[in-house]
Design a protein around this ligand. Structure first.
Ligand SMILES: Cc1cc2nc3c(=O)[nH]c(=O)nc-3n(C[C@H](O)[C@H](O)[C@H](O)COP(=O)(O)OP(=O)(O)OC[C@H]3O[C@@H](n4cnc5c(N)ncnc54)[C@H](O)[C@@H]3O)c2cc1C
Length: 619
């Protein structure tokens, strides 16, 4: 262990993760904190990291307030409807009122925006989406962060948050290791903004064996955004609200541009519109929510899943009509080439030309994230001017640990942020973090060397475990004394898949299965003390796995707590198959006690702020 050099860095604002939210936070921290020391630490390389690494073809959250296309209230209503009522409207409104200014900066920075030739406005793909030539989206926002930060550290994975020893429940920084040099890094910081993305690969993916690694959400999103605050004792919300996506089969290619711009549509194997077949059955489960417009994402999934289970599959996207138009055909292909090139390759390998063959769709394995049609994540304070007392404790986007902030996938309750909204939320969090420092809330922080050394021993333990236990291998790679990260990952995925509502059980779970999952996850945690890593890359895999496992425990606790099926199509509680507004029209909040490892759960009211305000105005 002594061979791993330790580097110390002291800073004011530490941004963990340089994806969309992290670049936004780094940029904005400099705007408000001219003289502050701002450091961003990224697991990969900030130029091509995070969910936007490959580029995007659309910015999915733009109001267009300058042209009165949409107002923030409209977006709140939209997100509320899509999430079956369960969102933090203060957070959603706050993001929506600022997101246009973010997009206008992207435009100024050189992101090629498509324009509507007739109106001169940004070209709309849908009500909220605008189209971009976005292959270089990530390098463009990374440049803004690089120009703003005192220092960007690439290739450092943050493994733990540091806590202040002078004042209870206050942040003190973070530690991690460089996966190229193996060096240990201590960042003592006055504020920390966690912006480490969502979680893929906690449920067994559809693509296994030869396709392993192929997932819809970025395969490198490993739940650090959740595990870091959970381990430190921060409260989390809506962690049961995992998302299942309807995507092109095997390549997980996105369908948004196809539905919205190309106006393609779906049908079952017999060429029928199957969605309406499931109307009555869905109404039985969720009541009037099925009559809402647009149909909530989970309910559209529900019809898909039921149709396939009833023998109506495969489900196809009807592309043959749209692709006869050469312009739309080009748009269809470009959509993949700038964002999910793998889908084009999969189609080529399967002899699918969408001009002549309608490609298959499928529903994905579940993912945990906070920025899409889902809102799992940390329980944070909202903005002063909007949030009711239960949602406000001083600083916007601050978690329940003083000085610890979050943005993007990290933050729960604020769905439909996407790339632009995540960057915007990073900006909001950074502004508040700077204010926290200016208000002298971060004085006298004490993080002892002892705390750092303890984490250092824990971080490198998998290397030591491997070094000793490899001598016991008698054949292949199986050791009686350690498990490898991939073995641990597959064990985790199997538990989550079979017991917590993954693809194997057709997204079905129940109280008994969840309790069993919690037992199995506890035992997995025990065995993860014996995970072995043969090199620094495997050490990263080991820590990614540990973060995924902790995230999974939290997801399972939440899923057990909410005794209803709020989002059929995302998962089903077989023992509580109906949506239950009487008992569960509320947000779920958890906290894991760092000393005991036990979770406690509570219900928190969901406030419908937008329409409440309108009611007040009217009266
Ligand atoms: C396939 C796909 C298609 C999408 N399509 C669109 C679209 O068309 N339009 C749109 O607007 N949005 C789209 N999105 C959503 C958008 O990408 C996300 O909303 C956004 O990237 C979330 O921002 P974030 O900063 O929270 O996470 P990310 O952008 O993923 O950033 C997280 C960062 O944290 C780093 N990190 C993780 N763990 C650690 C650690 N322990 N230590 C240090 N660093 C760490 C990661 O490397 C990464 O750089 C899409 C996403 C995907 C995956």
């Amino acid at each position: 262990m002594a061979k791993h050099k330790t580097h110390y860095e002291e800073c004011d604002v530490l941004v963990v993760g340089g994806g969309m939210a992290g670049t936004g936070a780094t940029f904005e921290a400099r705007h408000w904190g001219r003289d502050l020391k701002i450091v961003c630490v990224e697991k990969a390389n900030i130029d091509r990291s995070g969910a936007v690494a490959q580029g995007l073809y659309a910015i999915n959250c733009y109001m267009g307030m300058q042209w009165n296309e949409n107002q923030p209230e409209d977006h709140v209503r939209y997100a509320r409807n899509d999430l079956m009522g369960m969102v933090r409207e203060d957070l959603g409104y706050d993001m929506a009122r600022h997101v246009d200014s973010t997009v206008h900066m992207f435009d100024e920075w050189g992101l090629p925006m498509m324009k509507n030739e007739k109106t001169g406005r940004y070209l709309r793909e849908g009500k909220w989406q605008i189209m971009i030539h976005g292959e270089s989206y990530k390098p463009i926002v990374a440049e803004a962060a690089k120009k703003s930060a005192d220092k960007i550290y690439n290739r450092i994975m943050i493994t733990h948050l540091l806590m202040d020893e002078a004042k209870e429940n206050r942040i003190g920084g973070a530690v991690g290791f460089n996966m190229r040099t193996g060096d240990f890094h201590v960042f003592r910081a006055k504020t920390v903004i966690v912006a480490a993305g969502g979680a893929s690969h906690i449920f067994k993916p559809r693509a296994v064996g030869e396709g392993m690694g192929r997932t819809w959400y970025a395969p490198w999103s490993n739940g650090s955004a959740y595990a870091l605050p959970i381990a430190a004792g921060a409260k989390m919300t809506q962690m049961e609200n995992r998302i299942v996506l309807c995507r092109f089969k095997d390549g997980y290619g996105p369908v948004g541009a196809y539905f919205l711009h190309l106006k393609t549509y779906t049908q079952n194997a017999n060429g029928e519109n199957y969605e309406k077949k499931w109307y009555d059955q869905t109404k039985e489960l969720v009541g009037e929510y099925i009559d809402h417009h647009p149909t909530p994402t989970c309910l559209r999934n529900h019809a898909f899943i039921q149709e396939v289970a009833a023998g109506g599959g495969p489900i196809h996207m009807v592309t043959k009509e749209a692709f006869q138009d050469p312009h739309l055909e080009t748009v269809g292909w470009e959509n993949f080439l700038g964002m999910t090139v793998g889908q084009a390759v999969v189609w080529a390998s399967q002899n699918i030309d969408p001009k002549h063959t309608n490609p298959e769709l499928t529903t994905s394995e579940p993912y945990v994230m906070g920025s899409h049609a889902t809102c799992s994540g940390a329980w944070v304070s909202g903005p002063e001017d909007l949030s009711p007392p239960e949602y406000f404790w001083g600083y916007n986007r601050m978690l329940t640990i003083d000085g610890l902030f979050g943005a993007g996938d990290t933050v729960g309750g604020s769905a439909h942020k996407f790339s632009s909204g995540s960057f915007t939320e990073g900006r909001l969090a950074a502004k508040a973090a700077v204010k926290y420092i200016e208000d002298k809330k971060a004085e006298g922080i004490n993080v002892s060397d002892n705390q750092c050394e303890n984490f250092k021993s824990a971080v490198y333990k998998p290397l030591d475990t491997f070094t000793v236990a490899q001598n016991e291998i008698t054949g292949g790679t199986v050791s009686p004394s350690y498990i490898s990260p991939i073995q641990g990952l597959q064990r985790l995925q199997k538990i989550m898949d079979e017991y917590v509502g993954g693809i194997t059980s057709n997204y079905m779970t129940n109280g008994n299965m969840l309790k069993r999952a919690l037992e199995l996850l506890d035992w997995l945690q025990e065995d993860l003390e014996k995970v072995g890593a043969e090199d620094y890359h495997q050490l990263m895999r080991a820590w990614e796995l540990k973060h995924r496992a902790l995230t999974s425990q939290c997801v399972t606790e939440h899923t057990l707590f909410r005794e209803e099926t709020r989002w059929p199509g995302y998962y089903y509680r077989g023992d509580h198959m109906k949506l239950d507004d009487e008992n569960w029209h509320c947000l779920t909040v958890s906290r894991r006690d760092p000393k005991t490892g036990k979770f406690t759960m509570e219900k928190v009211p969901v406030y419908h702020i937008v329409d409440e305000n309108e009611k007040k105005k009217a009266s």
